[in-house]
Design a protein around this ligand. Structure first.
Ligand code: ADP
Length: 402
């Protein structure tokens, strides 16, 4: 309390006591003892009340600070706008989102932060919030002081006759993820539909009248080959999903890599008559402690790519060698090759290079990502050496352990 306020209060109290003092001079000693006792009790009561008041004031201040903290550091930008749409209150998140100091933001017209093409939509939305008693939602593009834009979800509610409060949520990432999901679903559906159409076509033709035995055999081989493509897509998707939900568990056992490479070559040999699949694995390599099915998947993805991305055919070589504490396995082709610029992003999911390749060679851009996930799960590394137009060599390591 300020000294002046204290003086005023004191004067008031003195005046009231003076007004009530009639007859005090007539009190006898006992009465005086009683009055003094009453006064002492009152004084203690007042002190207790004072202490309680002080405590509730501290609690109120703490609650206010907590509210300000919650308001300022909420993950959402909050803005209060007056009847002209000017900012009268904004939290710290809102300032950060618009990259401006609070003192500069206050009194600014909020519409300045709406992308020009969306301003009419914003005015309509603000009118709707002013006229409604319930929360109104709208998605708009906002533009910040440095010219950058972001997708925002606005949640608005009328807070008084003239003011509204807006919560601004940045949904740019959400939109990107949703677009990616739509593209992914479209791409996977397309990649699944193509082999399915072949399988259905082959199986319905095989039963038609007049199909010779060699023709029937060819049709069934086509159906099996395309069923393999389907199985491969689904297997890669399952590996990705397991890894993303931390459910990738390796079933390790001592394994001869040559055995895996031979199995992959035997399975993929019939895929192309243009390519020669060659093994270059010296005898006497140590057994490695690996999940054989997972390493087979890695090799199978790499050899499958080597065939797909060397459309003119040629040799595809699977080699293995011991190098320090690792076994290094590599797959080389003489195909399209990959420019240095593109090499770094190949192992990320859903990355496919070159529009021409995308339109003419099937794939969903997952094989190399799954290879990296499985190799790294074994404690190894995977990389590519390539030049555009000069073929590629993909290599990965498997630690030999003690
Ligand atoms: P997909 O083959 O389904 O597209 P991958 O993840 O296996 O997916 O490969 C990603 C991209 O890397 C391919 O789309 C292709 O552009 C490129 N690529 C992979 N392997 C080779 C290769 N051996 N030669 C040239 N380009 C390759």
């Amino acid at each position: 309390m300020s000294p002046q306020k204290f003086r005023e209060l004191r004067d008031k109290a003195e005046k009231q006591i003076a007004a009530q003092q009639h007859g005090l001079e007539n009190l006898d000693r006992d009465d005086l003892v009683k009055v003094t006792h009453e006064l002492a009790v009152h004084q203690i009561e007042l002190e207790i009340q004072n202490e309680e008041l002080h405590q509730s004031r501290v609690a109120a201040e703490q609650a206010r600070d907590r509210y300000i903290d919650l308001f300022d550091f909420a993950p959402v930008g909050y803005f209060s706008l007056d009847e002209r749409g000017h900012i009268v209150e904004v939290n710290l998140t809102g300032c950060k989102k618009l990259k401006m100091e609070r003192s500069n933001l206050l009194k600014m017209n909020f519409v300045k932060f709406i992308k020009p093409g969306d301003t009419d939509a914003f005015y309509l939305y603000r009118k709707k919030v002013m006229e409604s008693t319930t929360r109104q939602t709208r998605e708009l593009t906002m533009r910040i002081s440095d010219g950058a834009t972001f997708n925002a979800q606005l949640e608005g509610i009328k807070t008084s006759e003239n003011t509204i409060r807006l919560a601004i949520i940045d949904i740019t990432e959400l939109k990107k993820a949703s677009k990616l999901k739509d593209e992914f679903i479209g791409m996977v559906s397309h990649e699944i539909k193509t082999p399915l159409t072949v399988i259905i076509g082959a199986l319905s033709t095989v039963t038609a009248e007049g199909v010779t035995l060699p023709e029937a055999r060819q049709l069934l081989e086509d159906a099996v080959a395309h069923a393999d493509i389907l199985a491969n897509i689904v297997d890669n998707l399952l590996e990705l999903s397991r890894s993303q939900s931390d459910r990738l568990v390796l079933q390790k056992e001592p394994t001869d890599v040559k055995w895996i490479a031979t199995s992959v070559v035997n399975k993929l040999r019939q895929k192309s008559t243009l390519h020669q699949l060659v093994l270059d694995i010296p005898p006497g390599l140590p057994l490695v402690d690996i999940d054989p099915l997972r390493v087979e998947r890695v090799l199978s993805n790499l050899v499958d790519n080597a065939i797909k991305y060397s459309p003119d055919g040629g040799e595809v070589k699977i080699a293995a060698r011991k190098e320090k504490e690792n076994l290094v396995v590599s797959v080389s082709d003489h195909g399209l090759g990959i420019s240095k610029n593109d090499q770094s992003r190949l192992f990320q999911k859903f990355q496919r290079l070159d529009v021409l390749v995308k339109s003419s060679i099937q794939g969903i851009g997952l094989g190399l990502n799954v290879c990296r996930i499985l190799v790294e799960a074994h404690g190894g590394q995977i990389w590519v050496e390539s030049n555009k137009g000069q073929g590629s060599t993909f290599s990965f390591t498997i630690p030999l352990g003690e």
